[in-house]
Write a protein that binds this ligand. Structure first.
Ligand code: HSX
Length: 225
């Protein structure tokens, strides 16, 4: 199923226009700008499609359809943008949703090992105790995968609870940062990664686009949430 992994889960109601970097992806890419932020030149802002109801609905449609025929026991979203995308997918598929939060923010949770990501130092995710039972098939949702550090931390937690990750699904994958290799190095060769868009089609420079107001824009430089 995964475009990066080329693995073989049975497709659901996949349609041609739902493919990675395909027609719908290009529609979303037109409203998803990037800005320099946190020391990286291209920080993608999903706020671009969140404020466009048609584009937001298409994102959810693609992801919900992708897993409509899969056996999935629960869906989790990663702190913080996975909390925006995961719940509408869970509602569309009528599956339980749970949060993987940054450490120290959730009661009755087990915290995983520290991990690093594209632009920030060590962080850690926590999983609600009992959210995953042994043998559960879990779909993991985040907005973007870069180095794969965050998704690896999520997979670690699901596996530690005895679950199986059906797929890690994102809206954007920065392929040049090689998350697939990070997964394989961790031994997660059985866990597919899939994203609707890659950097190949994300070209909208928020600073250069006259339709995107940037007056007063400041990179706040604060630790990332
Ligand atoms: C961003 O960094 C996204 O929302 C993801 O949660 C994370 C991806 O970076 P990486 O861990 O793949 O490098 O905040």
């Amino acid at each position: 199923m995964g475009n990066t992994a080329g693995r073989s889960a049975t497709p659901g109601t996949l349609r041609d226009e739902y493919v990675a970097d395909g027609p719908i992806a290009k529609r979303i890419a037109r409203v998803t700008p990037y800005f320099p932020f946190k020391g990286i030149p291209r920080f993608y802002d999903i706020g671009g499609f969140l404020k466009d109801p048609e584009a937001f609905a298409l994102v959810i449609e693609v992801l919900a359809n992708r897993y409509a025929a899969e056996r999935i026991d629960s869906i989790c979203g990663i702190d913080a943008r996975g909390f925006v995308l995961g719940p509408p997918i869970a509602l569309a598929l009528k599956k339980p949703f749970f949060m993987l939060r940054k450490k120290g923010k959730m009661p009755n949770a087990a915290t995983g090992a520290a991990y690093a990501k594209e632009y920030a130092g060590a962080d850690a995710l926590a999983i609600p105790r009992g959210a995953v039972k042994p043998g559960d098939r879990v779909l993991v949702i985040d907005d973007l995968v870069a180095t794969g550090g965050t998704l690896c931390a999520a997979v670690d937690l699901v596996k530690a609870a005895g679950g199986l990750v059906v797929e890690c699904a994102c809206v954007v994958e920065l392929k040049f940062l090689k998350a697939r290799a990070a997964f394989d190095a961790k031994g997660f060769t059985d866990v597919p990664i899939w994203a609707l868009m890659s950097e190949d089609i994300l070209q909208l420079d928020g600073l250069a686009d006259p339709n995107i107001p940037t007056d007063g824009y400041v990179d706040d430089g604060l630790p990332h949430e």
